[in-house]
Structure formats: structure tokens, C-alpha cells
Write a protein that binds this ligand. Structure first.
Ligand SMILES: Cc1cc2nc3c(=O)[nH]c(=O)nc-3n(C[C@H](O)[C@H](O)[C@H](O)COP(=O)(O)OP(=O)(O)OC[C@H]3O[C@@H](n4cnc5c(N)ncnc54)[C@H](O)[C@@H]3O)c2cc1C
Length: 402
């Protein structure tokens, strides 16, 4: 029987192992830690955001700043609908939340872990923990895997080591090119009077642009103790991960807190003014923002809260609208989003055959998961890439004539 060695007991490695034909192969998973699936355990705040209810591969790839072109063919073969069916067949009910993120109904990542461990047990696959791979030596069409627990002979290798720099070095030594690692998915540190003292203030749909990079994103936005967070910030941080690393996280952004042009906002302001000329500006509910934020806008625009709205000057209106729709803010650093660090960079995608996730330069060698230069925004997309890639590998191996 041929031996498959899976290096890395994480999401991609386990999904691949769970779909392999145990009648055809001996399967061994090597994991350096004392427990497998540790990232799955802490994922989604312990609930594991398994996938995203987006069932059109063309739409789905839009969530991957790196890998979008390559993943299209992968998702036409295994996509979130298939993931949901896979878990359903194993009696793990999943639920779709309002924002289309998919979680186990149990709200516990342990359900997902138990499902994988069960599959692996049924397949009589071997798991070796505290087994750190140090080096891989190519021996003809086979491999010698040198580890802290001794050497292993492999007919096929599935390389799923996540973003560990040490493990990228191992594969670089085998001839693969590595794109430098940079953080993706982070929040912006900003010190500005407008954001001071109002953490927790949120906006349903704001627009953020980085003028220097000619890039823009929209979505919910949140003021934090340190600056700005929320999907709009996370998305732009992921798409511009490389340029922002080059800027050393010092750059200017422009924020439109109400997603309306200055002209539209002025029209809304003027019609409110006509309807309620005697109201004080501080108590006027003109835009869909919180009272605290409105008062902050007036403070930084240097407008007296007690002034009657009919007495607000043209210059004052312009100041208010500029702060609301075109606020320039200086970003002076980044923070990690809820410890959900995802890295951009990894094995160069040009060296992967996306029909089956095999290496183009190493025979009988497959690669999947975060070790590749693929990453996504938050929402279950990073796991979906692991499931889809792991599944493709298993199908290719299962269909090999040996
Ligand atoms: C806090 C947090 C929450 C997250 N939540 C979500 C979420 O809800 N939904 C989502 O889609 N994504 C989420 N992500 C991202 C997601 O966890 C990763 O994209 C995913 O785990 C990558 O899977 P992987 O199998 O490629 O790597 P990993 O899960 O990192 O697994 C790689 C494994 O290989 C092992 N390994 C590495 N080198 C060696 C070696 N030399 N020898 C032996 N073993 C080795 C590692 O110890 C590890 O166990 C989250 C990430 C974090 C950090």
C-alpha cells in the first residue's frame, strides 16, 4: 500500500485526509504541536465560521485578495454548497447567519473538530503529534521526511503547514519560490479629535478610500479606542496588504461616514433647515448617525451646538459636510483584528497546478491552505479555500491508477 504523509494537522490537512480512500493508501498526519486543529478550535471566537453562504464561484472569488484568479476553477469543483452538504452528510447541521457567515448549529468549533477526528478514526489514519518536520529529502519519486520523531518514507506528500515561516523555508529548500509574508486583515490606528472619546460608535455603511493607492471599500465601520475597525477597514487592509506594508502603515485615508456625496448631503441639510428653521443644530437629527457622533462632528467643525439651524453659515455647513463625507485621517499604525491574523504571501501560485493542487516542480507533492499565497477577508472564506483545495487533492489521489 502506498504511503501518504500529510505535513500539518490543520484545516487543510484534515479535510484532505477525511476524503482520502483508506482502502488505497496508508495515511499519516504529522503535527508539530501536542494537539491538532488548534486554529479551528479558536476560530470564529470558538464558534468556527466554517464557510460563507455564497454559492456562485465567480462571486466567491471576489473575497480573495490573493488567489482570486486561481481559485475560480477550484470553486467550480467544490464550493460552500458542497461544504455544507459534506457536513450535513455527517450529521453536523450548519446555520447561515444574517451576514451569510456559516457556523455549526452547536455554536462550537469542537463539533467540527470531533467530525474530523471521527473521519480520521474510521479511516484508520495515523496522527503523530509533537512531530516537527525538519527537512524533506527527495529520493527519486519518493520522499524522506526527517522529523523530531525520526524519519518517514512517503510516496506522496500533502504539504499543509499554514503560515509557519520555518516550514516555508523547508519547501523553499526543495525549490519552491516564496512570496514574502505580510500581515493581512488589520485595523487602523488613528489619533484624531473626531474619533476621540466615542469608541463603540458604528456606521452601517461607510466608504473608505486611500487616495494614494486609488482604492476604495465600503461597508460597516466601527470607531475603536485605537482608531477604526469594521468590515470596510478589514477589506481594504486585505486588498492593500502589500502596499500598506511598504508604507510601514503610515498613510492617509478619506472617510465618508454616511456614504453620500457632499452635494446630496447638502440637499438633505437644506431641506431639513427649511422644515425646522428654529431647531438648534445640536438637536437636529439630519443624518443617520448617532447623536454623540453628530455632536462630535459639530465640535470639530467648530459649530456652536446651541445655534439655531437657520443661523448656520454657508462656511459652517461646508465644514460639517467635509467632516461627514470627506474626512481625511492619518493612519499611524495597525492593530490585529481579534487575534485573527491572516498572512498574505507564501508559496508562489505560478508553481501550483490548480486542477489538483499539485506542485509543478515536485512530483507526487501536493500543497494546500494558508502555506500558499492565498488569503481572504473575514467571513469563512479562508477555511473554504482549505476545504476546496484539500478536497481536490483527495480526489486526485483517489483517482490515481496505482
Ligand atoms: C484567531 C483566528 C480565528 C480565525 N477564524 C476563522 C474563521 O472563523 N473562519 C475562517 O475561514 N478562517 C478563520 N481563520 C483563518 C484560518 O484559521 C486559517 O486560514 C486556516 O486555519 C488555515 O489552515 P491551514 O490548514 O492552512 O493551516 P493551519 O490551520 O495553521 O494548520 C497548519 C498546521 O501545520 C502545523 N505545522 C506547521 N509546520 C509544521 C512542521 N514543520 N511540522 C509539523 N507540523 C507543522 C501547525 O502546527 C498547524 O497545526 C482564523 C484565524 C485565526 C488566527
Amino acid at each position: 500500500m502506498k504511503q501518504i504523509i500529510i505535513i500539518g494537522g490543520g484545516a487543510a490537512g484534515f479535510f484532505c485526509a477525511s476524503n482520502l480512500d483508506e482502502k488505497k493508501y496508508r495515511i499519516t498526519i504529522l503535527e508539530q504541536n501536542s494537539d491538532v486543529l488548534q486554529k479551528v478550535k479558536i476560530s470564529g471566537g470558538g464558534r468556527c465560521n466554517v464557510t460563507h453562504a455564497c454559492f456562485d464561484p465567480r462571486e466567491l472569488v471576489q473575497f480573495y485578495p490573493r488567489g482570486n484568479k486561481e481559485l475560480l476553477s477550484v470553486f467550480t469543483k467544490f464550493q460552500p454548497g458542497d461544504t455544507m452538504e459534506w457536513f450535513d452528510q455527517r450529521n453536523v447541521p450548519l446555520k447561515i447567519e444574517n451576514d451569510n457567515r456559516v457556523f455549526p448549529e452547536s455554536n462550537s468549533s469542537q463539533t467540527i473538530i470531533n467530525t474530523f477526528l471521527n473521519e480520521i478514526r474510521n479511516k484508520k489514519a495515523e496522527i503523530k503529534t509533537k512531530c516537527s518536520v525538519k527537512e524533506i529529502e527527495k529520493q527519486g519519486e519518493q520522499y524522506l521526511v526527517k522529523t523530531s520523531l525520526g524519519d518517514f518514507q512517503a510516496d506522496y506528500i500533502v504539504y499543509t503547514t499554514g503560515s509557519s515561516p520555518k516550514s516555508l523555508k523547508i519547501i523553499e529548500n526543495l525549490g519552491h519560490k516564496i512570496v514574502d509574508l505580510v500581515p493581512s486583515l488589520f485595523t487602523f490606528n488613528i489619533k484624531d479629535q473626531l474619533l476621540q472619546d466615542i469608541p463603540g460608535t458604528s456606521f452601517e455603511n461607510a466608504e473608505i478610500s486611500i487616495p494614494k493607492l486609488k482604492t476604495e471599500e465600503s461597508g460597516p465601520l466601527l470607531i475603536t479606542h485605537w482608531g477604526l475597525s469594521g468590515p470596510a477597514v478589514l477589506k481594504i487592509s486585505a486588498w492593500e496588504a502589500i502596499s500598506l506594508a511598504q508604507s510601514k502603515y503610515h498613510f492617509e485615508i478619506e472617510v465618508n461616514f454616511i456614504s453620500r456625496s457632499v452635494d446630496d448631503a447638502e440637499e438633505i441639510f437644506q431641506s431639513f433647515r427649511q422644515a425646522h428653521p428654529k431647531k438648534t443644530i445640536g438637536q437636529s437629527k439630519i443624518f443617520d448617525i448617532t447623536n454623540r457622533f453628530w455632536q462630535k462632528i459639530l465640535e470639530v467643525s467648530k459649530v456652536d451646538l446651541n445655534k439655531q439651524i437657520s443661523n448656520i453659515s454657508g462656511k459652517e455647513i461646508q465644514n460639517i459636510l467635509e467632516n461627514l463625507c470627506r474626512k481625511k485621517l492619518q493612519v499611524t499604525g495597525k492593530s490585529t483584528f481579534k487575534d485573527e491574523f491572516v498572512t498574505a504571501g507564501g508559496i508562489d501560485l505560478k508553481e501550483i497546478n490548480f486542477k489538483n493542487m499539485s506542485s509543478k516542480i515536485l512530483p507526487n507533492f501536493y500543497i494546500a491552505g494558508e502555506v500558499l499565497n492565498i488569503d481572504a477577508v473575514t467571513g469563512g472564506f479562508n477555511f473554504q479555500a482549505c476545504w476546496s483545495e484539500g478536497w481536490l487533492i483527495s480526489q486526485d489521489l483517489n483517482n490515481l491508477e496505482i
